[in-house]
Design a protein around this ligand. Structure first.
Ligand SMILES: [Cu+2]
Length: 169
């Protein structure tokens, strides 16, 4: 094979090697989008807000807290993107499901609080305004009884179940 033939094969191989990474670059995995959010022994991950696409809706948010330390309590959340952020629990004990606003959620000692799509718990961002997002994220402030306050980015997701499952197990 001549020099030119080898060169052409080399170019083809380079493109073949390159194209999958180009496709991946267009669809980054969710965990790559997520920056670390830690305070004391608490680690916040899978931070998602459902994106309604327009303003004026009450939208759900989800996240996971890993606790390496003693029991703590999530006592409040806020966002400049919403009138207020409530801790909602779906009560299915009656004839039809109702939403209850909790005052706080416990974070068990050396345990996990998982607020996941399809579960009993969700955040509710009242009168959410997606125009307040930046780079597809909004910043929420969480207040823990012992660990104090932490600000964390939440990724806006059109499909929060799909976004949740994109994260590492
Ligand atoms: Cu709700």
């Amino acid at each position: 094979m001549g020099c030119v033939g080898r060169l052409i094969l080399g170019v083809i191989a380079a493109f073949a090697a390159l194209s999958p990474s180009v496709v991946l670059a267009r669809e980054p995995k969710a965990e790559l989008l997520e920056t670390a959010a830690r305070v004391s022994g608490l680690d916040l991950s899978r931070r998602i807000v459902a994106n309604p696409g327009s303003a004026g809706h009450d939208v759900a948010g989800y996240f996971k807290v890993r606790n390496a330390g003693a029991e703590d309590l999530l006592v409040g959340m806020s966002c400049h993107c919403a009138d207020r952020v409530e801790l909602h629990r779906i009560d299915r004990s009656g004839a039809r499901p109702t939403m209850i606003t909790d005052a706080a959620w416990p974070i068990p000692e050396a345990g996990v609080l998982e607020v996941r799509p399809g579960g009993a718990l969700h955040l509710m961002l009242m009168n959410f305004d997606p125009a307040k997002s930046q780079d597809g994220r909004v910043t929420l402030e969480l207040t823990f009884r012992d660990a104090g306050k932490i600000r964390a980015d939440f990724v806006l997701a059109a499909d929060s179940r799909a976004a949740w499952s994109k994260f590492e197990p």
